[in-house]
Design a protein around this ligand. Structure first.
Ligand code: M6R
Length: 623
């Protein structure tokens, strides 16, 4: 979480820092700040809340410095206040630090610094680094040497950006099991925790290695390992990206991204299911030249046939995609699949061996818990496969096999189009594995591919029902608690529907396996509680309907996501979100769309911050 940026060159630093922070605001929006060095003096400006508050402050103050660092925060240690906002400074106000990650031994370091007379103004672990570094700088005035001594005392995974009056013509960057990218322009240099914020300005980038320090000047960069040894690496030339944040006429990014799903599905399908023979093929050219060669499923046919178990690790929406993946892989490949919430793998023994395929799903590719689980899988000797929207992410670097969702940047914190793309990738992967293992007939594979190719059009039809859905959705806006139920392939859809509603509207919602309702959760039902049921034709239709009837018998407000022409549903349900019928196995891509729209309409009606819900961040880089 949190985003770090830096600039030094001949232009005013503040506008550059601000535009880079805008790209990183998805990483947190509790507060933002910059520290610039103006005529040799450090000047720190910060504001609680959205980046726009910092923008107003910068417009008023108009710092003319050409060197600076900036930060956008998602609070971990200490609430979102001015005191806790980054950058943090030392007692004399001569150096400033921005920080991403957690300094795990900060309590001991803080106690030690307090004993030495240091006074703390914030509750953050970052301020510990500022005082510790200051303490070390005071010894000999050498900032680089002081950084080396400081990092040797800190534990945890973190990234730092540092400016100091002692070295006013440089920025220091520290990367310890995090992610930082340096960009090199014409007599100007850039720093950011996400390369997208560097590629706005230059196509020459250098990703910092693990446990590496960069001394950045306008005309170049020096790299040091934590033991002080200097190394050199040539920057990589990448495609400069015109990173555009544009709602294109939609009221919110979320609504735009929900509406982009047909396009995303088409793009992903055309990338991985192209060619006259319509074979699934993941080994395609990267759209990021700097990671060329990393895409694809590199396992040999023999290795694919050797797999006797699949494990999937992910968090949040990506975990729900993984659950759908489990059902689909088990159905088509006949291999047992376990799905784990990645944070639940921490502190536990992740079982696996060289016959295990370990799949990690992460939109950002930077989710700390997911990355940690992948490292466990690697140490088990398992095959690893990443599904991510960010080919330049840590996940992409870690995994042997990589499938990239073709979504473009997802700005809204709530995941929608990336979920659709993750599901498509799971379907394609399951078909790919099943064909290699001979667990489905060619006819079944063909039928599924035809079905997949129809999905973008079906989702388009659903999106055309927006107004109808809006009317139905607003009938639910007064609810305090909402229950989502589904079975089989659509049990994960119920979980995802509940997650979307609660994160966007702040209404309490829970998703359950429909058959599980009667084992406890049914106690919460009364006439005030909507029960949103995913009811699509297939193996579990009748049983799901029975579970809905059990809820109706408790006077719940019954809402169906059901297919056009279902004549049975009206006997049980009061409200309807109708969808075109598709094969049950493929239906999760379709059934989730009314839920996304419902959550959006309710949240917007209630005046919630749809694109940046409170307390959240798009990329969760702390464990
Ligand atoms: O970047 P990731 O896919 O690893 O993120 C995992 C979750 O934080 C994420 O899916 C989160 O649940 C969504 N923003 C919810 O809409």
């Amino acid at each position: 979480m949190c985003g770090i940026v830096g600039y030094l060159g001949s232009n005013h630093a503040a506008p550059v820092l601000l535009s880079k922070l805008r790209v990183l605001e998805y990483r947190g929006y509790d507060s933002a700040g910059v520290a610039v060095i103006e005529s040799g003096r450090l000047n720190v400006l910060k504001a609680v809340g959205k980046l726009s508050n910092l923008e107003t402050l910068l417009q008023k103050e108009r710092p003319s410095a050409t060197v600076g660092i900036g930060h956008t925060r998602w609070a971990t240690h200490g609430s979102p206040t001015d005191e806790n906002a980054h950058p943090h400074i030392n007692a004399s106000g001569t150096l400033a630090i921005v920080h991403n990650g957690i300094i795990e031994n900060y309590s001991e370091l803080k106690a030690d610094l307090i004993a030495k007379g240091y006074v703390f103004r914030s509750d953050t672990d970052t301020e510990v680094a500022a005082h510790l570094l200051s303490h070390e700088v005071e010894k000999d005035g050498d900032v680089l040497a002081a950084i080396l001594r400081t990092v040797s005392q800190m534990s945890g995974a973190y990234a730092l950006g540092i400016v100091s009056q002692n070295s006013p013509d440089r920025i220091y960057a520290v990367n310890h099991h995090y992610s930082l990218t340096v960009g090199l322009g014409e007599n100007e240099s850039f720093l950011a925790s996400d390369s997208a914020a560097v590629r706005q300005y230059t196509n020459k980038i250098l990703r910092l290695a693990q446990s590496e320090i960069a001394e950045i000047r306008a005309d170049g960069v020096r790299l040091f390992s934590f033991d002080g040894a200097e190394s050199s690496r040539e920057p990589v030339a990448v495609e400069a990206s015109a990173y555009k944040i544009d709602k294109e006429g939609y009221k919110h990014f979320l609504l735009k991204e929900i509406n982009e799903q047909p396009l995303v599905l088409r793009q992903t399908l055309s990338k991985y299911l192209s060619g006259a023979d319509k074979q699934v093929n993941f080994n395609v050219d990267s759209f990021s030249p700097d990671i060329e060669g990393m895409y694809g499923v590199k396992m040999t046919d023999e290795e694919i046939r050797s797999i006797d178990r699949v494990q999937i690790v992910a968090c949040g929406t990506a975990y729900h995609a993984g659950m759908v993946g489990k059902y689909v892989i088990e159905e088509l490949c006949g291999i047992p699949v376990e799905v784990d919430i990645a944070s639940e793998v921490r502190g536990r023994k992740l079982l696996g061996n060289e016959r295990t395929l370990s799949i990690a799903v992460s939109q950002s590719g930077e989710t700390a818990d997911t990355l940690a689980a992948v490292k466990d899988a690697i140490s088990n000797g398992s095959f690893t496969l990443g599904i991510t929207n960010r080919p330049d992410s840590h996940l992409a670097q870690l995994t042997q096999n990589l499938i990239v969702t073709e979504c473009g940047i997802e700005v809204s914190v709530a995941a929608t189009k990336t979920y659709a793309a993750q599901l498509i990738c799971f379907y394609l992967l399951a078909i790919y594995l099943a064909e290699k293992r001979g667990s489905i007939t060619p006819e079944r594979a063909r039928q599924l591919k035809v079905g997949l190719n129809q999905l973008p059009g079906v989702v388009e039809q659903i999106l055309g029902r927006e107004e109808e859905y809006r009317r139905e959705s607003l009938k639910l806006a007064d609810a305090q608690d909402v229950v989502f139920i589904g079975r089989g392939f659509n049990y994960p859809t119920a979980l995802e529907g509940a997650l979307k509603l609660k994160e966007l509207s702040y209404i309490h919602a829970s998703g359950y396996a429909a058959g599980e309702l009667k084992h406890g959760p049914i106690a919460v039902l009364d006439s005030s509680v909507p029960v949103i049921t995913v009811l699509v034709p297939g193996k579990v239709y009748e049983k799901t309907l029975s579970n809905a009837q059990e809820s109706r018998a408790r006077n719940a407000r019954m809402v169906a996501i059901c297919v056009d022409g279902d004549e049975t549903a009206p006997k049980t349900f009061d409200y309807f979100f109708r969808i075109p019928a598709v094969e049950e196995l493929l239906s999760p891509i379709v059934t989730v769309v009314p839920m996304q729209l419902m959550s959006y309409f309710v949240a917007d009606y209630l005046g919630k911050d749809v694109d940046q819900p409170r307390n959240l961040a798009k990329s969760v880089t702390v464990e």
